[in-house]
Design a protein around this ligand. Structure first.
Ligand code: PLP
Length: 391
C-alpha cells in the first residue's frame, strides 16, 4: 500500500518495542508514564457520572459543541483561577481529547514543512512524533535540573527563527525538571506550555505556570498557548484535556478539531464537570501528591544505596519521573539501551532516554517512573537494577 509521505518522518517508538518485553512474568516496571490506577477516585467518578446522567442526560449523551461542554469549560476556568491564572474565562479555552490532542491541534494549526520547532532535549516523545507529522524540523534545546537553558534557547531562537517553542516547565516528561520562575518570564516567541504534571508537587508548590505569570510579561497572552490535562491527577481514561490560546489560534484549532473528532466525549466532559463541581479535587490532589512523594523518596534512597555514583540525577520535586545518567564509573555500563536489556534479564524495566531527544540523543540517559510501583516493589526493583549493573 502507498502511504502518505508524511509518515516518512515518524517511526514506531523504540519504547514501544521495549514494552513488548514487559509481558515477562514477575517483571517490576518503572517503564510506563501512567498514573497509578489504584489512585483513581472511583467512588467520586461514579457519583459524578451518575449526576451527569441524572442532571443533564440529553447534553451528556448528545453531540456537543466543538469548543467543549460549557459547564466543564466554566469549571476548568475556575480550576485554573485557583492556580493563579488571572483573566481566564470559559470562552478563553477549548476542551480537547486529552492534552495530546491540544498538541496535535497546535501543530496542525501552526507548523509548515519548512518551519522549525524547538523542544527541550529531552522532551515528551509523542510531541516530537506529532510535530514531525506536519513536516517541520524539530530541534532540541539543552536542559538542566532547572529546565530549559535560556541562554542556549535564546541563541537558538536567534539562529533558527523557530515557529514555536514547546516546553514542559513543571516536572517535565521525561526530565522531571522544574523551570525556575526567572526562566519562565523570559520568552517572547510562540511558546506552547504543556502542563500535565504541575499539580503533582511533593513539598512546596512549584512557581506559577507561564500562563499564570503572563500578566507580568506584557503582550505574552498573544503568543502563549497553555495545555492542561486531568489525566495525571484524575484519570487518563476520561481523555479530558484543554487548551488556552490567543483567540485567533483558538478559533483555528477549534475548526481543525471539528474536522477531526467533532468534539470530546460529552459524557466524559459532563462527568469531569460534575467531579470538579463536587469539590473532591483538592482532597484527590493531596492524596496523589503524598503517595507519589513517598514513592519518589523511596526510589531516591534505593537508587543511592544500590547504584551509588554509577547514576547521576537530581531527585524530582514532583511529577512521575527520575531522569538519570549512567556515569560509567568503575567500568559500569554507560549505555541506557544496553542497561535496559540487562535490567529486563534481572526482572526490572525502565526506558532508555535516547528516544526522548529530537536530535543528538544522550545515550547514557534513562527514565524511571516511580508512579505505579508500591514501596515494596520499588525496593525490590531497584535492588534488581543494582544487580543488573553488576552483571
Ligand atoms: C508531557 C506530556 N504532555 C501530554 C501528555 C498527554 O496526556 P493526555 O493526552 O492524557 O492529557 C503526556 C502524557 O504522558 C505528557 O507526559
Amino acid at each position: 500500500m502507498q502511504f502518505a509521505d508524511r509518515l516518512n518522518n515518524v517511526e514506531t517508538s523504540a519504547i514501544r518495542e521495549l514494552f513488548k518485553l514487559l509481558g515477562k512474568p514477575g517483571i517490576i516496571s518503572f517503564a510506563g508514564g501512567f498514573p497509578d490506577s489504584a489512585m483513581f477516585d472511583v467512588e467520586g467518578i461514579r457519583e459524578a457520572s451518575a449526576l451527569a446522567l441524572s442532571k443533564e442526560p440529553g447534553a451528556a449523551l448528545q453531540y456537543g459543541a466543538t469548543e467543549g461542554y460549557n459547564p466543564l469549560r466554566e469549571q476548568l476556568a475556575l480550576f485554573m483561577a485557583t492556580k493563579g491564572v488571572k483573566n481566564i474565562s470559559p470562552e478563553g479555552l477549548i476542551v480537547t481529547t486529552g492534552s495530546q490532542q491540544a498538541l496535535d491541534l497546535v501543530a496542525k494549526t501552526l507548523l509548515n514543512p519548512d518551519d522549525i520547532a524547538l523542544v527541550e532535549a529531552p522532551t515528551f516523545l509523542a510531541t516530537i512524533q506529532c510535530f514531525r507529522l506536519y513536516g517541520p524540523k524539530v530541534l532540541g534545546v539543552p536542559i538542566d535540573a532547572h529546565g530549559v537553558q535560556v541562554d542556549k534557547l535564546e541563541a537558538m531562537i536567534q539562529q533558527h527563527k523557530p515557529k514555536l517553542v514547546y516546553i514542559i516547565p513543571t516536572f517535565g516528561n521525561p526530565s522531571g525538571a522544574l523551570l525556575t520562575k526567572e526562566r519562565r518570564l523570559k520568552y517572547k516567541t510562540i511558546v506552547i506550555e504543556d502542563d500535565p504534571y504541575g499539580d503533582l508537587y511533593f513539598g512546596e508548590a512549584p512557581p506559577p505556570s507561564m500562563l499564570a505569570l503572563s500578566d507580568q510579561v506584557p503582550g505574552s497572552r498573544d503568543w502563549l498557548v497553555h495545555c492542561g490535562s486531568l489525566s495525571k491527577v484524575l484519570s487518563p481514561g476520561l481523555r479530558v484535556g484543554w487548551m488556552v490560546a490567543p483567540p485567533d489560534l483558538l478559533a483555528r484549532a477549534t475548526m481543525c478539531k471539528q474536522f477531526s473528532d467533532a468534539h470530546t466525549s460529552t459524557f466524559a466532559q459532563a462527568t469531569a464537570a460534575q467531579y470538579l463541581l463536587s469539590g473532591r479535587m483538592p482532597a484527590t490532589l493531596n492524596k496523589v501528591r503524598s503517595v507519589y512523594a513517598e514513592r519518589a523518596q523511596a526510589m531516591d534512597q534505593a537508587l543511592q544505596r544500590e547504584l551509588g555514583d554509577a547514576l547521576a540525577y537530581t531527585a524530582p520535586q514532583g511529577g512521575l519521573f527520575f531522569w538519570a545518567n549512567l556515569t560509567g564509573t568503575n567500568g559500569a555500563v554507560k549505555d541506557g539501551n544496553a542497561f535496559a536489556k540487562s535490567a529486563i534479564e534481572k526482572g526490572v524495566a525502565f526506558v532508555p532516554g535516547a528516544p526522548f531527544f529530537a536530535n543528538d540523543p544522550d545515550l547514557s540517559s534513562i527514565r524511571l517512573s516511580f508512579a505505579t510501583a508500591d514501596l515494596a516493589k520499588i525496593e525490590e526493583g531497584i535492588t534488581r537494577l543494582g544487580q543488573a549493573l553488576k552483571a
